[in-house]
Write a protein that binds this ligand. Structure first.
Ligand SMILES: CC(C)(COP(=O)(O)OP(=O)(O)OC[C@H]1O[C@@H](n2cnc3c(N)ncnc32)[C@H](O)[C@@H]1OP(=O)(O)O)[C@@H](O)C(=O)NCCC(=O)NCCS
Length: 177
């Protein structure tokens, strides 16, 4: 059973300890987190949650009280997004992978996005070489909508799913690229 909650500064050390090469490669654009950068990120997340500033609504993912990853909802415009899109990103610590935690966390986050009125559609942007992430996208039932070439030349596959479908459980299989 997983739980989602807001990050606190107590999470800095376990958050960074759970960041491996896969997370740095696929999520943090090749830049490893430091205690300072994670603390700054958590402080920013807390301002977003309180409504003080716009940005990414990030949640700590807990399993049996232990920090196991993160899931973040970004309703702000990102490359490839459109009206109503809420871009989701996620990572699970290596020890917690392979048991459905990411899939559950994205489903739970979609419910929160609906409750908070962040948008209507979950947008997932995945490097087509990131097979574990493509599998998550498939499990939540998001639909493949094409490829995006970013300003830095990288390519991302674009998937979307209506938030209400995910929150209700949604299909277990999506359309792959
Ligand atoms: C992407 C990432 C979060 C996927 O994690 P994951 O553990 O593979 O995904 P899930 O939590 O959904 O678990 C799926 C696995 O659990 C199994 N599973 C067990 N119970 C399950 C359940 N109830 N529901 C779904 N899957 C379940 C699935 O069969 C699957 O097993 P497999 O890997 O042997 O096929 C992880 O690889 C990661 O953190 N990568 C680095 C960061 C990253 O790439 N982020 C995404 C950027 S777009």
């Amino acid at each position: 059973m997983i739980g989602l909650r807001e990050f606190t500064l107590d999470d800095v050390e376990p958050h960074n300890a759970g960041e491996d090469d896969e997370t740095v490669r696929w999520l943090t654009e090749g830049v490893a987190s430091t205690p300072e950068s994670t603390a700054r990120w958590i402080e920013r997340c807390r301002r977003v949650h309180s409504g003080a500033e716009p940005g990414e609504h990030a949640f700590a993912v807990e399993v049996d009280g232990r920090l196991a990853g993160m899931v973040a909802l970004n309703p702000e415009p990102v490359e490839g997004s459109g009206p109503g899109d809420v871009n989701v990103s996620y990572a699970v610590h290596p020890w917690a992978r392979g048991s459905g935690i990411a899939t559950q966390a994205v489903r739970r986050a979609a419910e929160i996005a609906e409750v908070r009125g962040l948008g209507t559609t979950l947008l997932v942007r995945v490097d087509p070489r990131n097979k574990p992430s493509l599998a998550v996208v498939s499990r939540i039932g998001a639909r493949y909508e094409g490829e995006l070439t970013c300003a830095d030349g990288s390519r991302l596959s674009i998937f979307r799913a209506p938030l209400c479908n995910i929150a209700q459980g949604g299909p277990t299989k999506g359309n792959g690229p």
